[in-house]
Design a protein around this ligand. Structure first.
Ligand SMILES: Cc1cc2nc3c(=O)[nH]c(=O)nc-3n(C[C@H](O)[C@H](O)[C@H](O)COP(=O)(O)OP(=O)(O)OC[C@H]3O[C@@H](n4cnc5c(N)ncnc54)[C@H](O)[C@@H]3O)c2cc1C
Length: 479
């Protein structure tokens, strides 16, 4: 057992990672204090609420559906949430057109073949199929070389034509970098589009197995995903732990005892808390900035700068019953500001008042880019113009709009990121009682299910249930 039953554990960050780890440790009798900079629990998984004369509109930071391939993880969340979890059908579509503007078509997402070929002109469909066939043959003959970039990975498996019309535009829109600079790891973790090859196989051998399908349903809390972290917070407090909101960690000073003096600030002043152990889920760069300069942490941060992608959410309250049936709708077109929308009421009827619905439009950008600096009213208008221009939303139906800018939304898997993360982790390993958990804090692209599993594995390791810490991100697939 690594952690002693009576030790004080401080968790930096009150997102899903910090809260789930804190909760599991509190359940196993540890004294935990979660330090969260933001005014509410949940980090990226929180739900915002807007009161209007028409009623309350609720929005996640981009829709957060809960799903796991592991019954144990689903069970963990079900135990926490009880009857507050709804089981929701998943319907995703993508708007594909030549220029991303009017005249395009909405089709199932991910593309399902061979039906999806019908959205392309016959000439383009032939090009896609022949380039796919050529890629498959090439891959069979010489498929041994490593894939370095996202582009390498996709073109090798699906051919250049499909890459250009389908994979490249949305991926570059999300990440803001060329697919040649994005690591192949991202593709391997994210893409499951076996249906083109399976469709071809089935066409030539009709007895072959049906195609693998994506998940058809997911779990969602009645009042938004933020109910999950709020419930974790409540449980931690019920077990005697503390969750300090509106309180940032500003210093983490290693002590000779192996513990740490953690400086926190709640906006009224600073104080120091002693901890036997610190578990961090705050952005890696922030943790490095909290450590003493003489340790060399600032230099490590400078030399191995890790990039995170930010996001803007444009929340639209709409005076109509429903915009579409979709859980998510994807807009890869470069000429559209909006990259993806979801309609919260399709996830839970309590997300918008009667007679109204809403859309959360995601705009992939980063602080410092021109879009980030645009006024809220301009962003709302641009989103409405995009969505009405292609006929998705009805002109004149906007009731009210709000904008949220969210930093550190995605760890960027650019080429070379893995070596940088490894170096930073090696640097931090000089403090055996300092641990990293979650997505943001350990720079591992995982959804909340992976983050919860990571929290459980960390608690297992620290309390001696397992002899070693199991990195759940190895082989983790986002779908
Ligand atoms: C647009 C979008 C859509 C998503 N959709 C889904 C989905 O559908 N399903 C799903 O399961 N997952 C989804 N995710 C992923 C999910 O949000 C994350 O996996 C999860 O929330 C990460 O939790 P975390 O605790 O690791 O990180 P975070 O939520 O980033 O938590 C880190 C916390 O640290 C705090 N912090 C930072 N600095 C300090 C400091 N100095 N002191 C104290 N606190 C500090 C931050 O305020 C934050 O609360 C989505 C993410 C995004 C961005």
């Amino acid at each position: 057992m690594i952690s002693k039953p009576d030790e004080q554990i401080i968790l930096l960050g009150g997102g899903v990672a910090g809260l789930a780890t804190g909760l599991e440790l509190a359940r196993r009798g540890r004294q935990v204090t979660v330090i969260e900079k933001g005014p509410v629990a949940g980090g990226l998984a929180q739900t915002f609420q807007y009161e209007t004369p028409a009623g309350v509109f609720r929005f996640d930071i981009g829709g957060h559906r809960f799903h796991s391939h592991k019954p144990e993880i689903i069970g963990w969340v079900q135990d926490l949430m009880g009857a507050d979890l709804l089981y929701v059908p998943r319907i995703s579509r993508i708007y594909l057109s030549d220029d991303g503007k009017a005249g395009g078509k909405f089709v199932d997402y991910p593309l399902q073949f061979p039906g999806a070929l019908s959205i392309f002109s016959p000439g383009q469909a032939v090009k896609i199929l022949s380039s796919y066939a050529a890629a498959t043959v090439r891959n069979r003959l010489d498929g041994s070389g490593p894939d370095v970039s996202f582009e390498d990975w996709v073109v090798r498996r699906f051919g250049r034509a499909l890459y250009e019309v389908y994979f490249e535009p949305y991926t570059e829109k999300v990440w803001g970098i060329s697919c040649q600079d994005l690591s192949a790891d991202w593709a391997a973790q994210r893409i499951s589009l076996p249906s083109l090859s399976e469709a071809v196989k089935r066409a030539i051998s009709p007895g072959a197995a049906p195609p693998a399908t994506i998940i058809s349903h997911f779990w969602y809390p009645r009042l938004g995903f933020g109910m999950i972290p709020n419930r974790m917070k409540r449980e931690i407090e019920r077990l005697g732990g503390r969750v300090l909101l509106g309180t940032g960690a500003t210093g983490v000073t290693p002590l000779e005892s192996g513990g740490f003096a953690v400086t926190i600030n709640d906006g009224r002043g600073s104080q120091i808390l002693d901890a036997d152990r610190v578990i961090s889920s705050i952005p890696m760069n922030f943790l490095l900035a909290c450590l003493p300069t003489e340790s060399g942490s600032r230099q490590v941060a400078e030399d191995f700068k890790l990039r995170y992608r930010d996001i803007i959410l444009i929340y639209l309250a709409i005076k109509t019953r429903q915009v579409s049936n979709d859980s998510w709708t994807y807009f890869p077109g470069r000429s559209l500001l909006v990259g993806r929308t979801h309609e919260p009421k399709n996830w839970s009827p309590l997300m918008a008042p009667d007679g109204y619905t809403s859309l959360a439009a995601e705009v992939f950008t980063s602080q410092g880019e021109p879009t980030w600096e645009q006024a809220d009213e301009v962003l709302v208008q641009r989103a409405v113009d995009d969505l009405t221009g292609i006929g998705f939303m009805t002109a004149g139906s906007l009731h009210q709009g709000w904008v949220k800018r969210v930093r550190f939304a995605y760890p960027v898997y650019d080429i070379g990121y893995a070596d940088k993360v490894k170096t930073v982790r090696q640097f931090l390993a000089q403090w055996p009682n300092l641990h990293l958990v979650g997505r943001t804090g350990s720079f591992r692209y995982m959804n909340s299910d992976g983050v919860i599993e990571d929290a459980l594995r960390m608690a297992d390791y620290l309390t001696g249930v397992r002899g070693e810490y199991v990195d759940v991100s190895q082989g983790y697939k986002v779908d």
